[in-house]
Design a protein around this ligand. Sequence first.
Ligand code: KDG
Length: 318
Amino acid sequence: MTDLVTFGETMLRLSPPRGERLETTRDLTVQAGGAESNVAVGAARLGADARWLSKLPDSPLGRRIVTELRSHGVRPDVAWADADASRVGTYYLEHGGEPRGTNVIYDRADAAITTVEPDELPTDAVAEAEWFHTTGITPALSETTAETTTALLRTAGEAGTTRSFDLNYRAKLWDPETARAAYEELFEHVDTLFVPRRDAREVLDREGGAVEIAHGLATEFGFDTVVVTRGLEGAVALHDGSVYEQDVYEAETFDAIGTGDAFVAGFVAERLRGGDLPAALRWGSATAALKRTTDGDLAVTTRAEVRDVIEGEGGIDR
Ligand code: KDG
C-alpha cells in the first residue's frame, strides 16, 4: 500500500541569483517546483512511500521534472502529452530583500495538466493509498483540473483514503469569490484542511482568531482536522474537538518558497507513522523551519535533522 499520493502541477522554477533582477540577469537556476510535488518530496525524504500524479509533455522539459522528483524518492505517475501540442508551466522567481518583496511571475497558461482527465491517471493508486493530498492551486488551473480534483477526492473518499487539502490561495490565478465557491464545493470531500489564517479571513470570509476559524470551518464542513497556520505565530489545530498549538522553530530564512508545503509534508509523514496530532504539528513545524534554510521549493532534509530541530540540537556536526 502506498502511503501518500499527491496530485497537481509541477513547473520549472527559473530564478536569477540573489541580488540580480529578472530584467537583467544572464543566469537562471532551473528547479522543479509545485505545491503538491513539494509535499510528496518532503514526505518521501522523511520516509513515506510517495507517488505524485500529474500530466506533462513528453519532452526534455517534462522529463526533467520527473527526473528531479524521482531523485528524491518520489514515484511520479505522469500522463504524457504530445510534446508538440502541449507545454510545461514555468514560474520565474525573483528573490526579494528589504525593502523589495519576492516576485513570482507565472507562465503556465495551457500547461499540459490543464487537460488532465481522471482516466489518464492511475486512480487505483489513490484508492490504495493511505493518504491523498492536493491543494487549491489545482482547481484554479482549468475547469478540467477542477473536475479531476473532485473526482480524485471522491475516489479517495470511497476507498477510505484520508484526504487532505491545503487552501493555497494564489491571487495571480483567480479572484477570492471564484476561489471560495470552488473550495466550498470541494470541502465535502476533505478530511484534513490546512489553511493560512490570512486566507481564511480574506478568501473564506471567516472572522476571529485561529481557534474560532477552525471551529467554524469544522462545524460547517465536517472536517476531522483543521490546521490554521499563522506565519511566525505558529499553527493551531482542531482535531476531534481538541485544540493544539504549535510554535514555529526559529530558522534563518534563505528561501521561504515551499515553507507551507514542507509543513504539510512533515505533518503527513508523522501521521502516516502513527504520530498523534501534537507530534504531527512538531514534525510539520520543524520540516518547515529546515526548508527555509535552503534554496528551492523542496524540503531536502532527513528524519535525523527534523528530530534535532524538535529536540533543540543544532550547531556544527563534526
Ligand atoms: O507552495 C509553493 C508553490 O507556490 C510553488 O511551488 C509554485 O506551485 C506553485 C504555485 O502554483 O504557486
